[in-house]
Design a protein around this ligand. Structure first.
Ligand SMILES: [Ca+2]
Length: 293
């Protein structure tokens, strides 16, 4: 039996929801296990307003009031957008959304300075822009960053631009904005802000199958239809469509940010790379936790 301990920090989630369904799953899990400790959700990459409207719709279904703001659509160099975020034609929330993610991040880092963890489950563009606009010392307000992504096996190379992350790997969150990741990792190293990295391979040890999604769909929860539709849309688009699975990347990272003791990390300077996940049967836990009230 592993010992896990709930941390008491505030949480800001920076996400790219309603392409892959895992962001929406992470937000739903956060509702259950963090409640009022979540002080903001920002969106990044592609159609950030549609992504933010999707979050507003989900929060309404979860009966949860959290500030939401859309951020940057394009990568730092103004180029690549991979998943455009306009996949989510099923989002029905038509109200206005804040479009000042940097201001929301700034507000939260100021109000909860030293007591806030940033759960970064998307490309790091918003965070890099925050550093660019507000100055790099703003990062000192963060207790830590939990990042769904990847760094090189050896993190000795940190500081060597372009070479410190594995190019063309499955670490989408790094690949689509390498400049942003470099800025964030460099500044966190400079100010010794811990960055906990949960690599793709580790996340891929946990997944939902179609029967899991049907359980969720049939749970009667208000939000379940939105997530089910998101899941089916995503599975049909993803490279794993023939396997019918959706991997639990972002919920795993969120879970690790909320509870101490669920990962074993390997540390190099301020970067902690998760090497193993100690919590048994995460997919069953996740279903049980999110369909409860
Ligand atoms: Ca994500």
């Amino acid at each position: 039996m592993i010992k896990i301990k709930k941390r008491q920090n505030y949480i800001h989630i920076d996400s790219d929801p309603f392409t892959d369904v895992d962001d929406a799953l992470a937000i739903t899990l956060a509702r259950r296990i963090c409640g009022d400790k979540v002080v903001g959700i920002t969106t990044v990459h592609g159609d950030v307003k549609l992504r933010a409207r999707g979050v507003k719709e989900l929060l309404g279904l979860l009966d949860w009031d959290v500030e939401v703001a859309a951020g940057f659509e394009k990568s730092i160099d103004g180029g690549k957008v991979w998943w455009k975020g306009d996949e989510a034609s099923y989002v029905t929330y038509a109200g206005d959304v804040r479009e000042d993610a940097i201001d929301l991040l700034k507000e939260n880092l100021s109000e909860y300075s030293g007591k806030i963890d940033l759960v970064s489950i998307a490309p790091m563009t918003n965070i890099a822009k925050l550093i660019e606009q507000e100055g790099e010392e703003i990062i000192k307000n963060l207790n830590s960053i939990y990042f769904m992504g990847k760094v090189k096996e050896s993190v000795d190379g940190i500081g060597q631009r372009e070479s410190k992350y594995i190019p063309n790997s499955l670490a989408h969150n790094v690949n689509v904005d390498v400049d942003a990741a470099n800025i964030v990792f460099d500044v966190c190293e400079k100010y010794n802000v811990p960055v906990y990295v949960v690599p793709t391979e580790l996340c891929k040890e946990h997944w939902f199958e179609q029967t899991d999604w049907e359980l969720i769909r049939d749970s009667g929860c208000e939000w379940s239809k939105l997530l089910y539709v998101n899941s089916q849309d995503w599975i049909s688009r993803s490279q794993y469509a023939d396997q019918g699975v959706s991997y639990l990347y972002d919920p795993l990272v969120l879970f690790g940010a909320v509870f101490d003791g669920v990962f074993e990390f390997e540390q190099n300077k301020n970067v902690f790379v998760a090497k193993s996940f100690l919590f048994p049967d995460f997919s069953s836990y996740l279903i049980g936790r999110i369909v409860s009230n």
